[in-house]
Design a protein around this ligand. Structure first.
Ligand code: HEC
Length: 127
């Protein structure tokens, strides 16, 4: 009985690790497809560079000229705020320059997992 419980817990942990890794690698593909026209990880394009954005404050890349709205917004980028941002940037920051919405909730989740992993935040509690 006890043994099978341990086994079940082990399998569950392995499965959840596996799906996290899968989510992250899907996120990289979605990022390339949906975001890389305007964003790169390590240089500014039409949008700011995004490596390390998870866990950081909004508008904090010194080399990028943000909209006044985003510069003043003081959002902390975590799972919830990024999800709201990608769903509808204008709703979160009314005069933002990011004119793009990601309507698919699975794709948002995958991209956020990818950005999170790039910030080395692997714990579910965030960082
Ligand atoms: C059409 C161009 C465009 C696309 C496509 C785009 N963005 Fe942006 N993004 C911008 C611009 C421009 C800004 C700066 C907005 C401002 O200053 O108000 C921005 C800002 C951001 C920020 C805030 C960064 C910070 O330093 O505070 C995040 C996070 C972000 N984008 C994520 C994404 C993700 C993830 C995708 C893909 C799903 C994406 N963006 C697609 C143009 C774009």
């Amino acid at each position: 009985m006890k043994r099978s419980l341990i086994l079940t817990a082990f399998i569950a942990a392995t499965l959840s690790l596996h799906s996290k890794a899968e989510e992250t690698s899907l996120g990289q593909k979605v990022f390339e497809r949906r975001c890389s026209g305007c964003h790169s990880l390590d240089r500014d394009k039409e949008g700011p560079r995004l490596r390390g954005v998870y866990g950081r404050r909004s508008g904090a890349t010194p080399t990028f000229l943000y909209s006044e709205g985003l510069r003043k917004a003081q959002i902390s980028w975590d799972e919830a705020s990024l999800d709201r941002w990608l769903t509808d940037p204008e709703k979160l920051v009314p005069d933002t320059d990011m004119g793009f919405r990601l309507t698919n909730p699975d794709e948002r989740k995958q991209i956020i997992a990818y950005l999170k992993q790039l910030s080395n935040c692997r714990s579910t509690a965030g960082c």
